[in-house]
Design a protein around this ligand. Structure first.
Ligand code: RNT
Ligand code: ZN
Length: 417
């Protein structure tokens, strides 16, 4: 049977339960998933030598990681040929590309330092998202926007403000709004004597960053919460309550939830609906926390599917910004990108193929046995046949055949680095 024939048969099966597979694919291909540049080089960036700090960690030493802008862009380009549908590119400020020996510290970054990324985005017709980098820097050794040292705090405020200007430049140049996410690692390894002070300073710093004039219809500023980092186990200034409340009161500020940033039995999928009731827009970092915020590659696991279902069944596709955030240095990094991106898209397709009206009706009429039955039966519906056809119609390799290309690239490009 051809892919098309398998699709036609799957289409009929879904039709029986009132699901339109053509329509699902039409919607799916327009949902942008933001692909994070930092999977390509283990969150190192180009603006300084030195390791990754901030309580986050990459593990593994798979050969062939990108070490120059040229290599990183080539690797992203390679990955993108294997990923269907709409995409955005997510960049950290530490990935500034300096030309002709020039260099600027984080507080002095300018749009011109990201020209290469804009050219890349334009070439591929993509939007860009952005992140100030409040880690991997000597001035971030103790704290950044929460610092009691005014010099340090002001330095990082200037960095945040510079990043807003760069985000606006991205939006102007690509014609697509830029989501700018603020995450700071600030916290303490052991019990603090003052929990309020750092949070009060964080709040004041955010106010100052957001006070720069910018077009709120072009730049969406988010704040990302976290529960703890490595070496910062006792206290994190930007906790869930802090960021949720800040985003709730601050005009133009969007809460960002990373599903690695909660206690292990807390599920982001369950939080989305509450957040949607109180925010016009929310943002997500989809990741896979393995026992901790380990940032493993996104799989098509239950929580990823549940997150996708919440976005789709609450008609919130336009209100939820989806970005991926993981960094595995132990496997082929292109394979890591492609697997995670395709899995996020598969989860969205899976969600789009649910008979949401019917399931909701069963819940509202309290037919819970039948609801359970359907949710289980749907798991073995011919979803894979729709996905394969989607890949084929998007001109990307079907099933595992994309891996042949990853192997070729590894032999011809990565292994020669
Ligand atoms: C860290 C946060 C943050 C970073 C990226 C690199 O725990 O998840 O989003 O992973 O900014
Ligand atoms: Zn994150």
């Amino acid at each position: 049977m051809t892919i098309k024939e398998r699709y036609e048969s799957a289409k009929a099966v879904y039709q029986e339960i009132g699901v339109d597979t053509d329509n699902a694919m039409e919607i799916l291909k327009k949902i942008p998933v933001s692909m994070h540049c930092w999977q390509g080089d283990d969150v190192i960036g180009f603006d300084r030598k030195g390791g990754l700090t901030g309580g986050i960690q990459t593990t593994g030493n798979y050969p062939g990681k990108a070490q120059t802008p040229e290599e990183l862009l080539a690797d992203m380009e390679e990955a993108m040929t294997l990923i269907p549908g709409a995409k955005k590119i997510n960049i950290h400020a530490s990935y500034a590309v300096f030309e002709d020996g020039e260099w600027a510290d984080r507080d002095a970054l300018e749009p011109k330092h990201f020209k290469r990324w804009v050219e890349f985005a334009r070439k591929h017709n993509l939007g860009l998202d952005f992140n100030p980098t409040f880690f991997s820097h000597p001035k971030a050794e103790n704290s950044t926007l929460t610092s009691p040292d005014e010099e340090i705090r002001k330095f990082w405020i200037r960095h945040g403000q510079a990043c807003i200007r760069i985000s606006q430049y991205f939006a102007q140049q690509t014609g697509i709004p830029c989501v700018m996410n603020i995450w700071i690692p600030d916290g303490f390894k052991d019990y603090p004597a003052d929990r309020l002070g750092p949070r009060a300073r964080y709040k004041a710093s955010l106010d100052e960053i957001l006070a720069v004039p910018y077009d709120k219809s072009k730049v969406y500023v988010c704040v990302e919460s976290k529960v703890f980092g490595i070496g910062l186990e006792a206290y994190t200034a930007g906790s869930a309550e802090f960021t949720m409340n800040y985003a709730a009161i601050k005009e133009g500020c969007i809460p960002l939830m990373d599903n690695g940033h909660y206690h292990p039995t807390e599920m982001v999928s369950d939080k989305i609906s509450s957040m949607l009731l109180f925010h016009d827009k929310i943002a997500l970092h989809v990741t896979r926390p393995m026992r901790w915020d380990s940032d493993h590659v996104v799989l098509l696991d239950d929580e990823t599917k549940e997150i996708a279902k919440e976005i789709v069944r609450n008609d919130a596709i336009e209100r939820v910004f989806i970005a991926l955030d993981y960094f595995d240095a132990g496997i082929n990094r292109i394979g890591a990108w492609v697997t995670g991106m395709r899995n996020m898209q598969k989860a969205l397709l899976y969600a789009l193929l649910q008979p949401k009206k019917k399931l909701k009706e069963l819940q509202d009429t309290m037919q819970f046995t039948e609801l359970m039955m359907w949710q289980e039966e749907l798991k073995t519906y011919p979803f894979g046949d729709v996905w394969d056809y989607y890949c084929e119609s998007e001109n990307v390799p079907v099933k595992g055949s994309w891996f042949d290309e990853v192997k070729r690239y590894e032999t011809e490009v990565l292994s020669r680095r």
